[in-house]
Design a protein around this ligand. Structure first.
Ligand SMILES: [Zn+2]
Length: 462
């Protein structure tokens, strides 16, 4: 039984899917006006963990991650760079797909783009106009929050805020809780938008940001679906508005479980360009960290705890990952036929702990602690080749969830290297340590490190 913390109720709830053993997940994706920053990728790595854990538990996962390729920011910055909206956004869209690949984020079922779903948005807005939830002004079509008695249920807004805001309007896509107001569904054409507009039944113009996600999520997952994810900064106004538009248009509950990951801090401070502590994922890669190390770092803090990003933290992620990989590598060299007879119980325990932790609102920190505890116990034993295989199989199962590429196939070594290793073995038997050490150094130059372990001499790539 999986329990998830639902922002709507502010409680951990047992997850009950709409369809048996199937789950629909919608994740707010990247606004492609820049390279994704580490906070964006924390949200995507979290959604990936959710996706992978449901698959581990035998669910069929239909995951939708959208691409916001038209909004106030993309238009503003494409004009600054004197590029068409499409030329401008496609550069960052391409980068996004490269980035999620190096972070080993599982492919979503679809990556819908806002600009390709205008028809669906117009259809929702028409329904809202018909039902009296939306009204037209000179500059656009707005959602009337005073008409929606449930407005504010996700962000837990106070009635007084709604009263104060109900008589005003906000045209911009982004605003805060202090400015609860009627928000824009459709922005009538303004020459400042240049050549970005669509001629539609509800007028010439472009969509507001919030309606985009309502249209794309319902198109692929239905009018009611299981899970919607995003960063906590999206609770208000973005997700609050998604609920209002969708539920008033369909008359049905929009989403059963709302999951939000906490924000990211850099060295304990809010990440901002003005503080000079703003990092895109690519900035961190450029400092010499691998996608897997960054993934481990983003993954290892529970999603509902603010994540403090530091380079020391990345170094420690690097060490943890190295420990895991070295353990896996050593298992490949076990030759003994003699069972320790203790491995199967340890495997049973670690599996139980791993699943209990993740069932509990994806408590990844506990799940990882169990794996490291398991490794320490195994390291105390003399295990057989058969047991090593069992352990590898278990780690492989865990890695379906962690996505750390732990189980790479045992690499084959070039013939020349093998010959050098055999030669060194011969010198060692003859106790010619000098010559043996010379070969060890030579191997190191060629990128192969030898290590003496209780399983005998093992090698790994430097
Ligand atoms: Zn969204």
């Amino acid at each position: 039984m999986i329990k998830l913390f639902n922002t709507l109720t502010r409680k951990k709830e047992e997850f009950k899917p709409i369809k048996t053993k199937e789950v629909g997940i919608y994740s707010c994706g990247l606004t492609v006006y820049n390279y994704g920053h580490i906070g964006n990728f924390r949200a995507f790595v979290f959604a990936d963990l959710l996706h992978r854990y449901f698959e581990y538990k035998g669910f069929k996962v239909k995951h939708i991650t959208n691409i916001t390729d038209v909004d106030d920011k993309t238009i503003r910055d494409s004009q600054k760079e004197k590029l068409s909206l499409k030329q401008f956004t496609s550069k960052y869209e391409k980068a996004f797909f490269e980035d999620i690949k190096t972070l080993n984020i599982k492919e979503s079922f679809k990556y819908p783009k806002a600009t390709e779903h205008i028809k669906e948005m117009v259809s929702i807005i028409k329904k809202l106009l018909d039902k009296g939830y939306a009204y037209k002004t000179d500059d656009g079509i707005y959602f009337k929050i005073s008409k929606d008695k449930e407005y504010g249920k996700l962000a837990h807004l106070k009635f007084a805020d709604l009263e104060a805001g109900a008589s005003e309007r906000v045209t911009k896509d982004e605003y805060d809780k202090e400015n609860v107001q009627d928000f824009c569904l459709w922005k009538f054409y303004d020459k400042l938008d240049g050549d970005v507009f669509w001629d539609t039944e509800i007028g010439k113009g472009r969509p507001g940001w919030h309606i985009e996600c309502s249209a794309m999520s319902m198109k692929y997952l239905g009018e009611t679906f299981d899970i919607h994810t995003g960063g906590i900064d999206l609770i208000f106004p973005h997700h609050e508005n998604e609920i209002a538009q969708s539920e008033c248009a369909t008359g049905k509950k929009f989403v059963n479980y709302w999951l939000h990951n906490e924000f990211i801090l850099v060295d304990g401070k809010k990440m901002s360009k003005s503080l000079g502590n703003f990092y895109t994922y690519r900035d961190v890669l450029a400092k010499g960290y691998s996608g897997m190390e960054i993934r481990y770092s983003l993954l290892s803090t529970h999603y509902r705890i603010p994540f403090n990003f530091t380079f020391e933290g990345l170094d420690s992620a690097r060490n943890s990952l190295k420990r895991l990989n070295e353990f896996v590598n050593r298992l490949n060299f076990v030759k003994s036929d003699k069972d320790s007879k203790k491995v199967s119980d340890l495997i049973k325990n670690v599996k139980k702990e791993f699943e209990e932790s993740l069932d509990d609102d994806l408590n990844i920190a506990n799940a990882l602690a169990s794996i490291f505890g398991f490794i320490s116990e195994i390291n105390k034993l003399k295990i057989s080749k058969k047991e090593a295989k069992e352990i590898l199989k278990t780690l492989n199962e865990f890695d379906q969830v962690l996505g750390l590429n732990l189980i790479s196939k045992k690499e084959s070594i070039p013939k020349e290297i093998k010959e050098l290793m055999d030669k060194r073995e011969k010198y060692r038997k003859e106790k010619d340590w000098k010559k043996a050490d010379e070969i060890r150094d030579k191997l190191k130059e060629k990128g192969f490190v030898l290590e003496d372990t209780k399983e005998g001499i093992i090698w790994k790539k430097a």
